[in-house]
Design a protein. Structure first.
Lengths: 325, 248
């Protein structure tokens, strides 16, 4: 019953977002679209971090794969500027999945800090390629994309583009939600809780982690395609370690193992970074402070606040009830 | 003659120069209740780890229903009818009692790879979990997170998880570890109520539990089987007394 109520809250929030956003200023619309793209990346990472217990520090690699694919196809071959945009979406997800399938062979053997280190190294490999392979990636300058695709609707219109990204966000959220509630998704939680027991219970845990890693890679690729179209420029800056760290912090900040938490984290980080930075030059201290406070006082992330408040009220209610006896 | 469920043929395990298990041979027939006893460090848990595939064997063979499974991964052994429990409780602490059991049942089913359907839509799985939990008296506590149960209760859930894959042989690694004497009597009763066709191989320190459940006992000392026989014989053996009292 509780989960049904939570689903209703999420649907209400999504509807509100879809209705209110078009009436905002174009700056806010861009900000929200930006946050939604990173929410997709954060949710893909949450599948690994929150559900499977694999702290990946290389999720930007898949974003980079999707983004560079989009940019190269668009600027070199003029592909993906009409209806073929949908083919690019599919190709981006496939490339993200394929890259994860390759990287997973190295990464999935490790757990904990070692997994973190290996994914970090693999992520840096992608960054290195983006930075050094001048003829393909444009090196440090990156690649400028032609105007956004047009197929009946024009994605160059920020409101239209917002709705497209919003649609992909909802698609990702719904798909991953079904996934984590499925028998397969529950096995990931079992692996997070105690992998050895899962093996003894008859699960090939390596395979389950590997599949989860590939799925996360596919959604990372999707975020990449959208990011390229959103930003209009793809450069090594996008695949650098900071992006991976950001994604990880978004999940931790919002609340790992909840999917929606990753989206909340993405929203908070994006707004602090893009909005606050226009107001004050010490915005990074605010971001740092939010991280530290969350980790110290809200191990379940921002999404855990309502629960905490409820518990606090119950406790206070009980305390108040005691003296009357 | 019926085929043994589990057969160990001169099974050994070394860690560098340390020979933790040395040439252990053992047969477990359907419905057998056998126990392995031995002082701390005798190699009992290592033996279990080799039998279940958590550790690779150095030499020797493990046979399940006559098939050589020595090199198999743990999950394949489970699918073939072997289950075990752990001396140190190895449950999924953050999941509910019901989810723990559902995971245990799902381990040997194909649906564990299904991603497009909610787990809660598998009625048969829930019925099975309900059956297991009702029999053990945990159905009304199914929504509690396992970490909130007492140690004694966790030990029982540990065994329910072992039973969930419908094993033909159950390896119990000190089921009464850390239990108070009243609780371990309860545990012995619980184990005696299990299906009599299920073969059980038990490691245990609590002699009351061992003598209560096992019909046949093997004594492990420095990795070797030094005595075996019916429970009464082992109970009366001078050698075993010596090993346990330290003069051996």
């Amino acid at each position: 019953m509780k989960s049904r109520r939570n689903i209703l809250i999420v649907i209400a929030a999504l509807l509100a977002l879809a209705i209110i956003t078009p009436f905002s200023s174009s700056y806010v619309i861009t900000l929200i679209t930006h946050a939604l793209v990173f929410a997709i990346l954060a949710m893909s990472l949450d599948l690994l971090l929150g559900y499977t217990g694999l702290p990946s520090l290389g999720q930007a690699a898949y974003l980079g794969m999707g983004a560079y694919l989009t940019a190269i196809l668009a600027s070199n071959y003029g592909f993906g500027l009409g209806w073929s945009f949908w083919a690019v979406i599919l190709l981006g997800m496939l490339l993200g999945a394929a890259t994860a399938a390759f990287f997973g062979l190295f990464a999935i053997r490790a757990t904990g800090v070692y997994f973190l280190m290996i994914t970090l190294a693999l992520g840096m490999c992608v960054w290195g390629l983006a930075y050094r392979w001048n003829s393909l990636t444009g090196g440090d300058n990156g690649i400028n994309l032609p105007p956004r695709p047009e197929f009946g609707i024009s994605l160059a219109n920020d409101v239209t583009f917002f709705y497209v990204v919003f649609g992909f966000f909802v698609f990702t959220l719904a798909t991953l939600y079904v996934l984590v509630r499925s028998p397969f998704g529950r096995t990931l939680e079992g692996i997070r809780e105690r992998e050895l027991r899962m093996r003894i219970l008859g699960y090939n845990t390596w395979l389950h982690k590997y599949i989860a890693y590939i799925i996360a890679g596919a959604f990372g690729g999707l975020a990449g395609v959208l990011w390229a179209q959103m930003n209009g420029l793809v450069s090594p800056e996008d695949v650098i370690l900071t992006t991976s760290v950001d994604a990880l912090l978004m999940v931790v900040l919002g609340g790992p193992g909840t999917l929606v938490g990753g989206a909340i984290g993405a929203a908070v980080v994006t707004f602090l970074r893009d909005y606050l930075s226009t107001l004050v030059h010490w915005w990074q201290y605010v971001l740092g402070g939010v991280y530290v406070l969350t980790i110290l006082y809200l191990p379940g992330g921002l999404i855990g606040i309502p629960e905490r408040v409820r518990n606090w009220r119950v406790r206070r209610g009980r305390k108040a009830a005691v003296p009357s006896h | 003659m019926t085929e043994p469920v589990l057969e160990l043929k001169s099974l050994s395990k070394s860690f560098g120069g340390l020979h933790a298990v040395r040439g252990v041979s053992l047969q477990v027939m359907p419905g057998d209740r056998k126990a392995i006893i031995g002082p701390n460090g005798a190699g009992k848990t290592t033996l279990f780890n080799v039998v279940t595939g958590v550790l690779p064997a150095t030499s020797g063979e493990v046979r399940l229903f006559g098939e050589n499974i020595t090199g198999w991964a743990p999950h394949r052994r489970t699918a073939a009818g072997m289950a075990r429990t752990f001396q140190i409780t190895s449950l999924f602490p953050g999941l509910t009692v019901l989810d723990n059991v559902l995971l245990a049942i799902g381990g040997v089913r194909k649906m564990k790879f299904v991603m497009w359907r909610f787990l809660s839509s598998y009625r048969d799985l829930y019925e099975k979990a309900r059956g297991l939990l009702e029999k053990a008296g945990y159905w009304d506590r199914r929504d509690l997170e396992v970490r909130n149960l007492s140690h004694g209760e966790q030990r029982q859930i540990e065994i329910i998880l072992g039973l969930a894959s419908d094993p033909k042989i159950l390896l119990l690694d000190e089921p009464a570890a850390g239990l108070a004497s009243g609780e371990s009597r309860e545990m012995a009763e619980f184990l005696k109520r299990l299906d009599s066709s299920l073969a059980i191989l038990l490691i245990e320190h609590d002699m009351d539990v061992v003598f209560d459940i096992a019909e046949h006992i093997s004594v492990l000392h420095f990795g070797e089987l030094v005595e075996e026989g019916p429970t009464e014989k082992i109970r009366a053996s001078d050698r075993v007394q010596q090993i346990y009292l330290g003069t051996g």
